[in-house]
Every structure is written in structure tokens, then in C-alpha cells.
Ligand binder design. Sequence first.
Ligand code: C2E
Ligand code: MG
Ligand code: MG
Length: 587
Amino acid sequence: MRVGDGTHATDDVLVEAVLDALPSPTVLLAPDGTVVLTNSVWREAAHILDDERFQVGVGGDYFAMARLVRNDAATESMLDAVRALSRGEMRQVSADYALPNPAGTRWYHLQASRVDQAGHVVVTHTDVTARVEAEHAALWRARHDPLTDLPNRARLHELIDTELQRRGRSAVTVLFLDVDGFKEVNDSLGHEVGDDLLRQLSERLTGRTRAEDTVGRLGGDEFVVLCPACDADGAEALAQRFQTSFDQPFDLGGRVARLTASIGVATAAEGDTGVRSTDLVRDADLAMYAAKAAGRNGVRTFSSELRSAAQRGLLVAAELEAAIEAGQLVLHYQPVLYLPSGEVGGVEALVRWRHPERGLVPPLEFIPVAEEHGLIAPLTRWVLETAARQTAEWARAGLTLVTGVNISASHFTTGTLVDDVAVALAAAGLPPEQLILELTETSVAKDPEQASRQFSALRISGVEVSIDDFGSGYSSLSQLVNIPAGVLKIDRSLVSGLDARSGQSAAAVAAVVSLAQACGMRSLAEGVETAGQLQMATELGCTFAQGYFIARPMAAEDFLAWMVTRPTAGLPQRPRVQAGPLIHAGR
Ligand code: C2E
Ligand code: MG
Ligand code: MG
């Protein structure tokens, strides 16, 4: 087919007919860009698009028109390509281009083909706006969180990496923010309210950033903020500002709720090359975790000590899990004295890890790791079962004791505790009166309602509860009144001052003892190390005492021998009362 030389009229007519059959605006161009033929859709384009610039007919300059419509480098390279095509240097040209328009940008797919040796080129323009918009929407969706419209995890990492790799960048900071107690909102008020809270929060956070910062949502209640050109000091200030976004209460489905957040900060210093987004976000996450662990509503900046602590924690957790299986845990028992009689009324079971290399590891070195890595329930089940079995064995040997087992706050709130206790008692054939569970004030304070439910269930099952370490943390005296605990264990820090006879410690212990009595509880002096402390504890009305002065914790096999030979010098001399589960004597 030859076109454009005017000598083959039939060919021209044929070509025109073919072009007219095409649904897209189409032109036939001479090598210099002069329009040789147009189809009917092209002729209507200017009218349809309501844009005079497209009014280019036969003899008009297509290239000039293209520049008029969009005068930029992309247009020039497209025109270069069409010329190269005409010269036979290319086989096809195809490109998408956008046409900004007052009614909204439209997208066209331009397809050009060389149709003869003379270099004529046919160009079709297909409107692909719908397709491109769908693609853009899909891309947007892949990079944003549908709930808040904020950049999602993938997009955040992209943005942070881009910033970290930018030449000549200054310090880059990442903030990791997690709402305290979000789970409770979700669980108690429902997911819709939880979603609403996240939307409100995302607005507040974006309202408090600088223009160059980006707030994104990682998922759940975790938000990350990318702050370019921001060093550690600036970041702390920003973190404080974020915390103020919690000053105003939130409206949660008609209820007013006050919330707080824990924030972790990590900074890649200027010139600190090789830092990746995943490193920075992980560090900020770790710092957030440390802030949360130190109590809610805190800000913590990442340090390398924090990282090695976390890595050590992971290793210890894996090792501990295997140790529980391998039977490397042991219980030591510390006697508890019933002061009115001077008899041993019970023991406290204290776990140790008999580590093949490190020797006997004390509980404070691995209990926090177990709590953090979900190992506390299996560990406590082992302790409960072992302690119950041992107590039943002593009872068979004629020694009736009440054994205390320490329960972590994290286990207390899982809801499996009541069952775990029942299983241990049944397996050992031990009456519930011979077990007492030791809980700290903090575990009660965390979720008083849930705590109260579990206390009731335990009470019904006949197992008593004591409050451990009372006076060491922040005391929630008011809550204590509502807890159906039987024994209040007064922390060593209060007891150690008792030697002074008069003084603040004595006054504090006296107050705690009378508070316990008022609440129907008996009190126990912990960490009694001297005869003087024991004497004072007795005089101040404590029911029980426990401490190195009486005995250190010891292995089960040493306990019976100790009972026979135990020194009684310095112990309060009172009329002996009948042996029995003495801790319950005051009930
Ligand atoms: P706790 O429940 O308050 O236990 C008393 C701790 O004080 C024990 O330390 C005991 O050895 C120590 N102690 C007793 N008398 C004295 C004294 O006169 N002076 C001094 N300085 N210390 C004394 P231990 O065995 O190292 O246990 C520490 C903590 O670890 C326990 O504090 C308890 O909170 C936790 N723990 C121990 N065993 C378990 C367990 O099986 N499960 C859980 N969740 N926690 C446990
Ligand atoms: Mg204890
Ligand atoms: Mg204690």
C-alpha cells in the first residue's frame, strides 16, 4: 500500500475507510510530521475534549500540536521516537502519556507504526484513563493502610530507605508509637470503636508533625513517624509533642476515654552509612518496648545496650524453653515461721535453673525473659506441679505445710491459671488448703476486674492468695481492700529498717499490719535477716516471718533434716500450738 502521493486515489479512500473504522483518534503523518490523513474520531476529538489545540487537520503540523498540548521532555522524546520510526530506525513506538485537563487528567496510549518505505507513520491515541486510574488505585492501595489512608509498612520502609540513601542527608530519626492498653479498648468496646480510635489518632499525629515528616501505620496500634533532618534531641522534643496528642480524651462511641502511648526513638546519624530502614524501625521498636516495660506513657531512645539486651533475651529464651523440657529447673524451699507458735507453718517454693555451664541461676535472671517470651505459663505449670507433688510427699511423711508458689502478672491475666492450679492439685492429690499463690500488687493493679474474677474462682476452689512484696512498688492501698487475699507479705525493704526499733520503718510496718487486719488479712514479714528484725516483726503483730535469719531457701532433700536440727535460739518463744496447715490458722 502506498499513501499520500495523491496518485492512487483508491488507496487513499481505502486507507481513510480503514482509519475511520478505528475507534481511537488516528492520524497519518508524513515524515516531517505533517498530517496527511485523519479519521473521523480524530476530527471530533477537539469538540469532544472541548480543547481547541486538537483542531489539527490535514496539512497541519502534528509535532507543533503535540508541543502545544504538552511541552516537556517526555513529549520531545516521544516525537524523537516517531521521527526515528519514520526513518526506519525503530519498528514501533508505544507510550502512555497524561494530558492534564481542567476536568481531570486523562491518559492516552499512543501507538505509532511505520506504514511504508517513504516513512509515513500512523499514530493512534487510545484513551486508557480507566485502566491507568485502576492501576494507580491498585498501586496506592498496595502502599497505604485502608483504615487511615496513611502509608503502610511497605511504603514506610521504601520512604525511610530513600531518605537514608539520599546523598548529603543529615540525621534521620524514626519514632515508633504504640497505644497503651489498645487491646483493652478493642476487646471491651469492639473492633469498630478500636478502628475509630485509630482514625482519630492518625489525624492527631499527622496534625503534630512538620511538613517534611511522614506518619505511617505499621499495623494494629503501631504507628511509625519518619523525621528527616532530625537528630536525637529534636526527636525527643517531637516525641513529647506526640504524647501531648493524648492530652485530650478520645470520644469512643460516645464514651470519653483517656489514653497514653509509649514511644521509642531511633536515629541514624549524619554520615552513618549502611543503615537500612529495617534496622532503624527495629531499633525504634525495641526502644518503644523498653519504654512500655518501664511503665506506660514513656519515651525511650534506642541505645546499643538495648540491642544486646534484646539479643541476649532471645538466646536465653530459646535455652530456657529447652531447659524446662530437659528438667533443668529445680525448686528450693524457704521456711515460713508462724510467729504465735514459733512453728514452721509453710514454705515458699522458689525456682532456680540448674544450668549446665552457669551453675544455679537465680530466678530474677530468667523469670523476666520467660515473661517476655511467652514461657511463663509452661514454667509456672512445672513449678505448680512440682511444688504440689513435694508438699503431698511431705504430708505423707507427717509434715503438713502450706506451700507458696509465685505467680507472674502475665500468667494471672491469661485466664488459664485457675485450670493450671486445679490440674496440679489433682495430679499430686493435694488439698487446695495446702497451696497459696503469691501475686504482686502490680499484677492486681494491671487489670483489677479480671484479677477479682480470678481471685473469686480460686477462692471457690479453696486455694488462698497472698500479696507479695507489698510496699515495694506503687501501693494501691485502695484496691487492696477489694482483693480477697489471705496474707499480705511485707517487702524486705520495709522489714530491713526494723532493727532501729523506733523510726519510720516500724511505723510503716505497724500501719501495714493494721491495714491488713482491717482487710481481714494476716501479714508476713519478708526478708528477716536479724534477731532484732524478727523480734520487732513479732511485736508489731505480724503473723508470719520468712528470711535468711530463719533459713535460706534450700533443696527439698535438705528440708526434713533442717526441720529436725533447726536452731531455735532467737526465735520467739510462745506456747506451741497444734501442728497443721498453720498459715490458714487465722482464717
Ligand atoms: P519473692 O517471691 O519475694 O521471694 C523472696 C526472695 O527473697 C527470694 O529470692 C529469697 O531467696 C529472697 N530472700 C528470702 N529471705 C531473704 C533475706 O533474708 N534477705 C534477702 N536479701 N533475701 C531474702 P529468689 O529466690 O532469688 O527469688 C526472687 C524472686 O523471683 C521472687 O521474689 C519471686 O518474685 C521470683 N520467683 C522465684 N520463683 C519464682 C517462680 O517460680 N515463679 C515466678 N513467677 N517468680 C518466681
Ligand atoms: Mg514470693
Ligand atoms: Mg516477696
